[in-house]
Each structure stands twice: as structure tokens, then as C-alpha cells.
Design a protein around this ligand. Structure first.
Ligand code: AKG
Ligand code: FE2
Length: 334
């Protein structure tokens, strides 16, 4: 079945109720047929749901735990200290955004979370950072808290582990699209990946429906790898019938969800699915998304097999960097 036919079938099918769990144990198998069958499972998830859980993802518990503890420590700093890293003082969307300063859903009045955002950087500290000049629209260095010695190392360690995992996923997405496994290699040379650590204060009592943890939105890049704090339900995914489906944290898994770059590239054969998070658990919640994009200079042109006479191109062609920058501007309002 062609990609376009498969997409049409998925679109007319019953709206999804469950998010599939995919075991990555065989992701690096030397047997092409084994990798292809994993690719097929990914294809189904990408066309039907746009969300999946992965097990055997290879990021160690220690790496996760260190990043989690470091982010908790960061958010426990005074607002004044965190505001020294105010994201709106940087030209490249790096740094801290306080509660209610971002807004992911234009219908809403602000997101009830605070976050800290950074991009690629080597683990070893460089005195003369080259400012990632090749990143065009998104060029520029990260900013770091000065007097929190373990924070940078812990979150960057997680970043590098997640990027290594993301690099293993791209060949699977290529297989899912009947493309050569190395199709994305020359489009993902510079790790255009943005990571955020997030803190959602609990919302109790009467809650303004226009102020929730993170308003309904799609992510901007190809896909997101999301770690959620165990034991706390907050994330929800919208299915085609406009029903919100819970996406609870499942021990040992990460969530993978597709974003707009893949939707644009595949002419919506891959779904960039709307999601939101609401923390009504009475306790704080932490999460760590890493948004994995293509290099910022890559044009988001539809893959030829995702276009046909009855499925003409849906999106204007733009560069990945310009697209992400526009969306970040809208979210952070600067
Ligand atoms: O915290 C979560 O579970 C979701 C975060 C999210 O959707 C985002 O940062 O784009
Ligand atoms: Fe998101």
C-alpha cells in the first residue's frame, strides 16, 4: 500500500484510544528484516496516533535521576535568581521562563509552568564558545546558572544521551516512510535539539480553564522525547474525535511524540498530535522534553511519496529554523 493510501486509511479509522508501547531492544539489530518490522510498528503509531511509548531506550536511570534532581534544585532557587537567566533577555530563546510567561494555546491566558531551555553544547566547558553560527535563525550560546555547580553537567549529560537515542530513532522513522535508513543523516548533522526542564506547580481549588499546566498545542520539531515524573498523571493527547486521552508516565518508558516538522515533511502522513498537561495532583510535577529537529537550514519540503493528485502539498515550504523561531516567538511573546 502506498503511503498516501495508508494515511487515508488511518484517517478514516476509528479514533485511537491507546498509545502503543514499542520495545527498542532490536533497534540496532544487524538483521534488516528485524529493523524493518520495528519500522512498521513505528509507522502504524505515527499514522494513527502520533504518540508512542518506548522501552529499552538506553538512557540510564542515573542519567535521568541526576537531571531530575538538578532541575528540582534549579526551580527551588528564588525567582530573582532564576530571572537573571530570563529567556526574553536572550535573542535565541535560551534560559528561564517563569510561571504564566509562556502561552502554548492562543485561546488560553498563560501556561501554569516554569521552564529552563537550552540547546546543543559540548559537555566539556569551552571558554570561547563558537556561538553555533551555522544555526542561522537559532544561532547563539546557552545561558547557565552561575552558582549551581551540578546543574549544567547533569542536564547536559541527559541531553547528550537523549540526542544519541534520537539519532537511533531517525532511521526507524525513515523505514516507517519506506525511505533508506540513512535518509535523515545529512539533515541532522548539527543536533538542532532543544531541551527544556519543566516544573508544574499544583493547581487546586477552582481553576480557570484558560490557565492550565501547558495549553493544547503541537510540538514544533520532528519529534519530542519526553520524560515524565513517575506516578503523576498530567499529560493528555487529543484524538481525532476530540477526546482527551491520558498519557500517564509508565515506569521505564519515555514518550515519543511527533511534531510539526515531520507533519510538514510528510504532508500530514505522520501526525503532529495536539496535547496538553494539567497538574491537579496536589503536588509539584516535573518533566523533561527534548525537541528533536532537523538542522535549521533544511527546507521542510514534502517527501514525494507523501504527495499525490488527491493529496496535494498542504504546507508552504519554509526552513526548519525559521519555522521553529516563529513558533517560539508566538509562545514566548517576544
Ligand atoms: O510536561 C509534559 O508532559 C508535556 C510538555 C510539552 O508538551 C511541551 O513542553 O511541549
Ligand atoms: Fe508539547
Amino acid at each position: 500500500m502506498s503511503l498516501v493510501q495508508a494515511a487515508r486509511q488511518a484517517e478514516s479509522a476509528e479514533a485511537f484510544k491507546h498509545i502503543p508501547i514499542i520495545d527498542l531492544e532490536t533497534v540496532s539489530s544487524s538483521d534488516p528484516a528485524t529493523r524493518k518490522s520495528l519500522g512498521n510498528a513505528v509507522r502504524e503509531a505515527c499514522m494513527n496516533v502520533g504518540f508512542l511509548y518506548i522501552t529499552n531506550h538506553g538512557i540510564s536511570e542515573k542519567t535521568i535521576d541526576d537531571a531530575y534532581k538538578a532541575s528540582k534544585e534549579f526551580f527551588s532557587l528564588t525567582l530573582e535568581r532564576k530571572m537573571q537567566l530570563d529567556i526574553t533577555k536572550t535573542s535565541n530563546f535560551k534560559g528561564y521562563n517563569p510561571v504564566l510567561s509562556s502561552n502554548n494555546d492562543p485561546e488560553n491566558a498563560g501556561d501554569m509552568h516554569e521552564g529552563f531551555e537550552f540547546g546543543w553544547e559540548e559537555l566539556e566547558v569551552k571558554t570561547n564558545d563558537e556561538k553555533r553560527a551555522h544555526d542561522g535563525a537559532m544561532a547563539g550560546a546557552n545561558v547557565w546558572p552561575k552558582d549551581l555547580p551540578n546543574f549544567r553537567g547533569a542536564v547536559l549529560q541527559y541531553y547528550h544521551a537523549a540526542v544519541a537515542l534520537g539519532k537511533k530513532l531517525f532511521p526507524l522513522f525513515a523505514l516507517a516512510l519506506d525511505l533508506p535508513e540513512n535518509y535523515f543523516d545529512d539533515k541532522t548533522r548539527n543536533s538542532a535539539a532543544i531541551m527544556r526542564v519543566l516544573h508544574y506547580p499544583p493547581q487546586t481549588g477552582p481553576v480557570d480553564a484558560r490557565v492550565i499546566g501547558i495549553g493544547a498545542h503541537t510540538d514544533f520539531e520532528c519529534f519530542t522525547l519526553l520524560w515524565q515524573e513517575p506516578g503523576i498523571q498530567a499529560l493528555q493527547v487529543l484524538n481525532a474525535r476530540k477526546q482527551w486521552i491520558d498519557a500517564p508516565p509508565i515506569p521505564g518508558t519515555l514518550v515519543v511524540n511527533l511534531g510539526d516538522q515531520f507533519a510538514r515533511w510528510t504532508n500530514d502522513v505522520f501526525k503532529s498530535t495536539v496535547h496538553r498537561a494539567i497538574n491537579r495532583n496536589g503536588v509539584r510535577r516535573y518533566s523533561i522534553p527534548l525537541f528533536f529537529g532537523t538542522d535549521y537550514d533544511v527546507m521542510l519540503e514534502p517527501i514525494p511519496s507523501c504527495v499525490s493528485a488527491e493529496r496535494p502539498p498542504k504546507y508552504e515550504v519554509v526552513t526548519a529554523g525559521d519555522y521553529v523561531k516563529e513558533r517560539l516567538k508566538a509562545t514566548y511573546g517576544y
